[in-house]
Every structure is written in C-alpha cells, then in structure tokens.
Design a protein around this ligand. Structure first.
Ligand SMILES: *[C@@H]1O[C@H](CO)[C@@H](O)[C@H](O)[C@H]1NC(C)=O
Ligand SMILES: *[C@@H]1O[C@H](CO)[C@@H](O)[C@H](O)[C@H]1NC(C)=O
Ligand SMILES: *[C@@H]1O[C@H](CO)[C@@H](O)[C@H](O)[C@H]1NC(C)=O
Ligand SMILES: *[C@@H]1O[C@H](CO)[C@@H](O)[C@H](O)[C@H]1NC(C)=O
Ligand SMILES: *[C@@H]1O[C@H](CO)[C@@H](O)[C@H](O)[C@H]1NC(C)=O
Length: 488
C-alpha cells in the first residue's frame, strides 16, 4: 500500500493544481489566433482522386469480416433511468452538461463551411464533409453508436465472447467533476448503476470479467481516493475503484504507466474531428496532408497555467515567442485569457502547416491535441514518457520499424527544458534534413486510420480498421484469454 501513496499524492496535486484550467479549456469558447494570419491563406489545390483507397491497405482488418467465431458481443439493454444523456436527466439538465454537444451520434456539429470567418477563416485545408466539432469526451456516445452497427451482435449472452455495457460514466460525472460536491453527489449515480449491473444474469458467469465498457476520461478522474473531511476538494469520483469496475475491461483516455500489476484499464485515442465514411475519404486526406506546405517549424495549441503553476507551458510559450522574433518558425493558438473556442479548422490548419507539434503534459500526460497532430500529419513532440503513444496507445500506435525504432515522434525531456539545459528550437533544428522529416511524417500519416473514429451512423465503404476496430480486436482477444483462464 505504501508504494501507492506517492502516486495518489501526485494525482491529487495534478487535480488541485489543474482543475481551474480544465474549466478554462472546457467551458470557455474562444480561440485567439496568435500571429500574423498566415494560416488563413494556405491553399491546397490537390486533385485527390489520384490517390486510390489502397493507400490505406496496410490497415486492412486482421480478422476476416465473414467469421463471427470468437467475436460475438452481447450489448446490454439499460433501463431508461441509467440513460445519462436523455433529456430531463440530471446530467442533461445541468448547466455544466456537455450532453447537448453529443449531436450526430456523438460527432457533434458539422463544421461550418470552409471560408466562414466565424470558424477561423480557413479557406481550403479541411474538407466540408467528414469533419465535425467533436467534443473530446464524446467517445462513450460514439463507441455506443458503433456497437449498434457491430456485425457480430447476439441476443444470447451465453453465446457471446464479450458483454458490452453502454453506460456513460464520464458524461454522468462531468457536471460534478470538480469542486464542492459531496461523496454522494460524486459517486451515487454510478454506484447505483454498478449495483444494478452486477445483479443482472450475464454478470454471474464470470463476475463481470467478460464485460467491457468505455469511460471517456483519464483513469485518474475515476480513481478518486476519499479523505476524511476533504469531500469537497479536487476532482473526479471513485468509479474505477468499485469492485464491479475492477472486474471489467474499461477503455479510458489514459492510464498509469507505472502500475503493477496492470488492471483491465486500457487507453484508447481521444476522438479528433475527422469521422470519414469511406476509405477513399481517408486516402484523400492522407494525400492532402502529405502534400501540405509546412512553413512553421513547430506549433503549439493550448493555454498558459495561471500564475506559472505549470512551468513547462511557460517555457513553451517563451520558446515560441523567441522563435517568432527570430524567424517566425513557430505557430501558436493561445486559448488563454478565458477565451478559448473550439475552432477545429483553425487548429487543424495550424497543425497541417507545421512540421512538429509540441505536446507538453497538461491536466494529465496525454492530450487530445496529440491525436489532432496525427490527423494533421504533424510529428508530435513529447516531453514526458507517460505522454508517448508507445506507453499509452500501445494498441493503436504502429510499433517499431524493422530496425526496432519508432521514428514518428521526437522526445524532449521536460526536466531538461525546465533546467535550461535543452532548447526546444535547437533540438528540432537538428532534424534539418527534409528527407528525414518527410520519413517521420510518413509514419505519422500512416497512423491516421488507426487513430480516427469512423462515422458511426453509416456503413463504412472500403476496408479499413479504425480506432474502434483495433480496440475491439484487442478486447475480444483479451476476453478469449480470460475465458481460457489465461488472464487472472
Ligand atoms: C480530378 O481528376 C479526375 C481524374 O483525372 C478528373 O476526372 C476530375 O475532373 C478532377 N477533378 C478536379 C476537381 O479537377
Ligand atoms: C458561418 O458560421 C456561423 C456559425 O457557425 C453560422 O451562423 C453562419 O450561418 C455561417 N455562415 C455561412 C455563410 O455559412
Ligand atoms: C450531498 O449533496 C447533495 C446536493 O447538494 C445534497 O442534496 C445531499 O443531502 C448531500 N448529502 C450528504 C450526505 O451530505
Ligand atoms: C470479481 O470477479 C471475481 C472472480 O471471478 C469474483 O469472485 C468476484 O465476486 C467478482 N466481483 C464482483 C463485484 O462481482
Ligand atoms: C495568482 O496570483 C494572484 C496574485 O498573487 C492572486 O491574486 C490570484 O488569486 C492567483 N490566481 C490563481 C489562480 O492562483
């Protein structure tokens, strides 16, 4: 137990120190373009029909679509009282609810047409179809809608390899995420759900160990440790600390990389803004970002922390300011000053015109921005081991090359940046060989299909595995191991 204490302490600090920014990022709505408007004039005139769907051939499903053997899933029917985002429910009616942002089966609103000044004035980078203003916590809804289309559903739990639990714990938690809420408010609703769940007949067979679900926040947010007299402080609830949750396989946005033994919590990518309905659409976008001119050497989108509470952020703003003064090699979207609007066109065009995208830790180690960088073919720069795809998105990253190396990202140690022994711009200038950068970028672009979520409302045209397909292959493989007694 004592080995766990410092980690919980660290998580506590992370929460207390950062809940304010969480609010700025999630509830204020205005992006401010730092700089000289160069973004707005980028032009793409590529005729994408030259690039056939076979460009994504290396992402073909590993499992044959025709066989459901070992892949049957039973989707539970939840009573209406557990429908978190139905109109009239407490989560929906709360002032802080994000349920209304879950339109279009969780994708959010379609982006306004290119060239609309209200969305950054970008003219031509992001296509007018397949792109949505997706809320970063929408995965519970998107995944549920994908499962409704899953090709091997069965009504018979006994015939299923896995049982899918379509409950939305993150959307339920969101209105009382941080601040003065007592334990009952934080945990009551989801505990009631878990008691119901474990009373259902399918639970009995394996104590819920063949059940899986999505909880679309970091695991930290569901692993609150209550301390006497401190009910009202910090963030999160104890959803993942409940005995029922401990038996399930739960997909979250981030887990602890130091935990031994590992529990059944597995990270999956944040949803970005691109939700295509065909493999051709993906190939066309890959061709577009491959050909995009990239005048910025590096880019950052985010906010400073109040009063310098996150020093790495301040160093990044400084590095960008310095680079701009010298040679305008840094592009920045500043969502500080309480003015932060989700502006996907502006963000994606910034990342699509930059070679490297800086991804320092924030509220936690992994950022949605890292997935946005992949979508835009921008090479991510990580500052902490726990932010890397190989540590978090192990199912989804493409793994090492034949030479055993991963050449799709740059690592800069945040401690060295803070001590002043390493200069970000200087590190990135070492990649001054265009061929080397292009090779790295190509690796990033190849990951686009694996990190995106298809439009869950339509039948996808063409063969391509997306983040859900990859996660389902892994979940089902794990379930088969559990049923064979190979996972305790
Ligand atoms: C793109 O190329 C195809 C095939 O050559 C052609 O049929 C089509 O008209 C072109 N589209 C545009 C917008 O130029
Ligand atoms: C531009 O976007 C705004 C906000 O989404 C919308 O109200 C407006 O109708 C759009 N204008 C055009 C010309 O599409
Ligand atoms: C917890 O807070 C809720 C809402 O403010 C309140 O109705 C309830 O009585 C509180 N419960 C306890 C045990 O303090
Ligand atoms: C969790 O699984 C174990 C092993 O199957 C079982 O003994 C236990 O009762 C389960 N817990 C709950 C809460 O169902
Ligand atoms: C930042 O510092 C100022 C002055 O010390 C203080 O008034 C303010 O409350 C601080 N803000 C935060 C968010 O800590």
């Amino acid at each position: 137990m004592e080995t766990n204490y410092p980690k919980y302490f660290l998580y506590g600090l992370l929460f207390l120190g950062s809940w304010l920014l969480t609010f700025l990022l999630h509830f204020h709505q205005f992006f401010h373009l730092f700089g000289d408007g160069t973004l707005a004039v980028l032009q793409f005139s590529l005729n994408t029909s030259f690039f056939p769907a076979s460009a994504v051939a290396d992402n073909l499903r590993s499992t044959s679509l025709s066989s459901c053997d070992g892949r049957y899933v039973h989707m539970l029917d939840l009573p209406p009282r557990f429908d978190v985002c139905v109109q009239g429910s407490p989560a929906f009616d709360s002032k802080r609810s994000i349920c209304p942002l879950m339109s279009n089966a969780g994708l959010g609103e379609v982006l306004s047409l290119a060239g609309n000044e209200s969305d950054g004035g970008d003219t031509d980078v992001v296509p007018n179809t397949g792109w949505y203003n997706t809320n970063q916590y929408a995965l519970e809804v998107i995944f549920h809608n994908r499962m409704r289309q899953y090709e091997c559903l069965t009504d018979d739990p006994a015939a299923a390899t896995a049982v899918y639990v379509p409950y939305y714990p993150a959307l339920e938690l969101h209105p009382h995420l941080c601040g003065a809420f007592n334990t009952t408010s934080r945990n009551g609703a989801s505990e009631e759900f878990l008691r119901w769940l474990s009373s259902r007949p399918p639970w009995a067979a394996l104590g819920g160990r063949d059940h899986f679900m999505v909880a679309s926040k970091t695991t930290w947010m569901f692993r609150r440790v209550e301390a006497a007299g401190r009910d009202d402080e910090g963030c999160g609830n104890s959803f993942l600390e409940q005995p029922e949750s401990r038996n399930m396989t739960v997909l979250t946005y981030e887990t602890g990389i130091w935990e031994r033994p590992r529990r059944g919590y597995f990270p999956v990518p944040y949803p970005s803004y691109f939700h295509p309905s065909s493999a051709g659409e993906v190939a066309a976008w890959q061709a577009r970002v491959r050909a995009a001119p990239r005048p910025w050497m590096f880019a950052f989108a985010g906010a400073r922390r109040p009063n310098g509470t996150l020093a790495i952020r301040d160093r990044i703003f400084d590095a960008c300011d310095a680079a701009r003064r010298r040679s305008r090699r840094c592009g920045m979207l500043d969502c500080g000053d309480g003015n932060c609007q989700s502006s996907p066109r502006k963000l994606v065009s910034l990342f699509a015109s930059s070679r490297f995208c800086l991804q320092p830790p924030g509220d936690s180690f992994m950022r949605r921005s890292s997935v946005d960088a992949v979508m835009a073919g921008c090479i991510p720069v990580f500052f902490h081991e726990a932010s890397t795809f190989e540590k978090q998105y192990r199912w989804h990253e493409r793994g090492p090359n034949s030479d055993g190396e991963r050449r799709y990202y740059v690592f800069v140690d945040q401690d060295e940046v803070l001590q002043g022994t390493v200069d970000i711009e200087e590190v990135l200038s070492r990649y001054d060989d265009d061929d080397e950068v292009a090779t790295m970028r190509d690796e990033v672009i190849k990951m686009i299909p694996r990190f995106l979520y298809k439009d869950p409302r339509v039948s996808f045209k063409g063969e391509m595995s997306d983040a859900v397909d990859i996660a389902m292959d892994e979940v089902l493989a794990r379930m088969r191991r559990i049923k064979n007694g190979k996972v305790l």
